[in-house]
Design a protein around this ligand. Structure first.
Ligand SMILES: C[S@@+](CC[C@H](N)C(=O)[O-])C[C@H]1O[C@@H](n2cnc3c(N)ncnc32)[C@H](O)[C@@H]1O
Ligand code: SF4
Length: 454
């Protein structure tokens, strides 16, 4: 790969799991009543037709992985489980009271933190509580994130009995030196055990999360990690670029030195080697940082142009309304985003006062809605079009002018009605989205809020 291009385009930038991205939400124009109104409107428009999605954030982990950028609370005290589940169910009840009709649930995703920190029995209580107030769509898709070190047969079976068929396991890297640097000791046997159990029980999509750009990673270590991964043949792979964001409050990114991190072209070489090995072993690259076997629904949804991207990354389906429950969870009504408070203390406080624990959000205006579509098209389909009047926005001409530079660098091809990302341009799709990001380009405050794009 052209190293000049990597230097040119490796700048801080959003991962575009939403548009507008969180730092550019207009919080001055948002209040919780507006959020409630938009959730009710979206529910009325879509519940019967397609159902709704639920994201439930389960924040506890027993041990801190020092590379981790997720919202988590480290504790070994499992007494925290019960009050947390009660709080989440209270929040859910506040939503179902607001929506008035019983929701039809199409998707549930348990994210974290570590959902498998919770006992199978507590997860059962949580799901029983959810379904006390809701019904299930015929074509449901339920998934969860499991830590290979603590996911038991009972966890997998309990969730499978509720209809969960998809699990993603955090693997990150198998090298012992890297595992020590990121404080995550996790032998291959643990991942093998969890993966085999999930397949035996009947999970149809087992995914592994790997990260490139971790401290002390080299071409040799990544090749070894990928060879081990291929032995277990997960249906999907997330191959995340390590996001180094140590300035974020509450983040645990310490325990290694900046000098331990592979930089720019070194980091990109790790991705390229990983990609080569995945492609040689039957995986297809999906979007920006995902791979899937052709038998997996992520692949078919990409082929059918149904791939979607949300706060959890790429997904094979979408609903108009997604309600996020739990600390830091983000909800999306398509017309608005709302994020919950980030600490347990604030979360419990708000619910004790019978208030939705939302602390910020954004109401999308007409321009946001059009640009959101373009960003989704670029991230999911590697193309977008502005042929139709409802695909145009003020400022489009300026954006098209900016695209000339990408054309020169062989990142994309443009014609009068749209753009298509070239194969060699895939590593730069975040940069292309940045050209469309009028909210960011108008304000450009502190781009150090973001990790690097490459
Ligand atoms: C909530 S964790 C997965 C479940 C469980 N906590 C575990 O670690 O096994 C979600 C995933 O986010 C990814 N992740 C976390 N911090 C990251 C960072 N700084 N950069 C890139 N990926 C990161 C990891 O691959 C991790 O598996
Ligand atoms: S990677 Fe997973 S287990 Fe480790 S701290 Fe982050 S959320 Fe917790």
């Amino acid at each position: 790969m052209n190293t000049g291009l990597i230097h040119k385009y490796n700048v801080p930038g959003p991962r575009y799991t939403s548009y507008p991205t969180v730092p550019y939400w207009d919080e001055s124009n948002f209040n919780v009543n507006d959020w409630k109104f938009s959730a009710v409107k979206s529910f009325a428009e879509s519940n019967e037709k397609e159902g709704i999605s639920l994201y439930i954030h389960l924040p506890f982990c027993e041990s801190l992985c020092t590379f981790c950028g997720c919202n988590k609370r480290i504790t070994k005290n499992h007494d925290v489980e019960d009050p947390y589940i009660k709080a989440v169910l209270k929040e859910w009840q506040m939503y179902t009271d607001l929506l008035q009709e019983r929701p039809l649930i199409k998707e549930i995703h348990f994210g974290g933190g570590t959902p498998t920190f919770f006992s199978p029995n507590n997860l059962r209580q949580l799901l029983d509580g959810v379904f006390n107030h809701a019904d299930q769509c015929d074509d449901w898709e339920f998934s969860f994130e499991g830590h290979p070190n603590n996911t038991t047969r009972e966890h997998l079976q309990t969730l499978y009995d509720f209809g969960f068929k998809r699990v993603s396991f955090g693997v990150q890297d198998y090298d012992p030196v890297i595992q020590k640097a990121i404080h995550r000791i996790q032998p291959f046997e643990n991942v093998e055990r969890a993966t085999t159990l999930a397949k035996e029980i009947g999970y149809t999509s087992v995914s592994h999360d790997l990260v490139f750009g971790l401290p002390k990673q080299t071409l040799e270590t990544i090749a070894d990690t990928i060879q081990k991964t291929i032995l277990l043949k997960p249906d999907r792979l997330a191959f995340y670029s390590y996001a180094h964001v140590p300035w974020l409050k509450g983040n645990g990114q310490r325990g290694f030195d900046e000098n331990d991190l592979p930089k720019d072209e070194e980091k990109r070489a790790l991705y390229n080697l990983g990609k080569k090995l995945f492609l040689e072993n039957g995986y297809v690259e999906i979007g920006m940082d995902h791979f899937a076997l052709k038998s997996d629904s992520l692949y078919s949804s990409a082929v059918d142009k149904k791939l979607h991207r949300n706060f959890m990354g790429y997904t094979s389906s979408k609903t108009q309304l997604m309600i996020g429950l739990g600390v830091s969870a983000i909800s999306d009504s398509w017309y608005a985003f709302a994020q919950n408070v980030k600490t347990l203390e604030e979360y419990y406080d708000a619910l004790a006062k019978d208030e939705l624990p939302v602390f910020r959000g954004h109401l999308l205006d007409g321009e946001d809605l059009v640009i959101r579509k373009h960003v989704l098209n670029i991230m999911c389909q590697l193309r977008t079009s502005w042929a139709q009047p409802n695909e145009k926005f003020e400022g489009l001409d300026e954006v098209i002018t900016k695209l000339a530079e990408f054309v020169k660098d062989d990142i994309l091809t443009v014609n009068e009605s749209g753009l298509q990302i070239n194969e060699s341009g895939i590593p730069f799709i975040r940069n292309v989205c940045m050209a469309f990001d009028l909210r960011m380009n108008r304000k450009l405050p502190d781009t150090r809020l973001f990790s690097m794009t490459i």
